[in-house]
Design a protein around this ligand. Structure first.
Ligand code: AMP
Length: 228
């Protein structure tokens, strides 16, 4: 975004879509282009699990089963992160909200700070392709860059293109059984948010079955308009 026309209130973007839709990949690209902060509740919860915090201890088994962590824990986790100074630049929410209760909590949090949702963007994909997308994915332990065995391999095997690290990670919940449960949780609890944001006039739909760069280009159009 150029300096001259900066809105006074920092933008808030939401990426909606099932696991494997590409929310994390696209959020990272938007973060770089627009100088926004990517807020992934999945990443925050994985960090809490790794650190062994009380919230992490409660979330661990739920995440391994592919179910949704309680609204109470997720909202508190998101609220704490949103209060940190860097989020004043604007945020891309990746994986939050995932229930109507979380969406209402977000509305309340934003109204407290005088912010609003610029756009809720639904990445439109077919369920059948999601298992293949998720089962092949891995990420760099050094910088977090995401990769995929078939769709986005590293240029040199085992070495991150971005930072050169050789530490690659696969998520414990990226296996076929857990993915099926995560898709079920998405349809039962998260898909209703598409109507929620459509009713508010905040929804944009972006077809997301194609190549990563083509999807990024379409998202760029939506985001430029929503933050203008
Ligand atoms: P993700 O990295 O977004 O795929 O999230 C991984 C897992 O973290 C999910 O399967 C849930 O168990 C949990 N999780 C992440 N975000 C939320 C959320 N907003 N609400 C409930 N559970 C969440």
């Amino acid at each position: 975004m150029d300096g001259g026309m900066k809105p006074t209130v920092a933008p808030v973007l939401i990426l909606l879509g099932p696991p494997g839709a590409g929310k994390g990949t696209q959020a990272r690209m938007l973060e770089e282009t627009y100088g926004l902060i990517q807020l992934s509740t999945g990443d925050l919860l994985r960090a809490a699990v790794a650190a062994g915090t009380p919230a992490g201890k409660q979330a661990k088994a739920v995440m391994e089963a592919g179910d949704l962590v309680s609204d109470e824990i997720v909202i508190a986790t998101l609220r704490d992160r949103l209060m940190e100074d860097d989020c004043a630049k604007g945020v891309i929410l990746d994986g939050f909200p995932r229930t109507i209760v979380q969406a209402a909590a977000l509305d309340a949090l934003l109204s407290d700070t005088g912010q609003r949702i610029n756009a809720a963007i639904s990445l439109e994909v077919e369920d059948a392709a999601m298992v293949a997308r998720i089962s092949g994915r891995f990420s760099c332990g050094g910088c977090g860059e995401g990769y995929h065995d078939s769709f986005k391999p590293t240029a040199k095997p085992g070495i991150c293109d971005h930072c050169g690290s050789t530490e690659m990670k696969r998520r414990a919940d990226d296996n076929a059984e857990t993915v099926a449960q995560r898709l079920e949780a998405y349809h039962a609890q998260t898909a209703p948010l598409i109507d929620y944001y459509e009713t508010k006039g905040a929804l944009s739909r972006v077809p997301a079955m194609g190549a990563i760069d083509d999807i990024a280009a379409q998202l760029h159009d939506v985001v430029s308009q929503a933050t203008a």
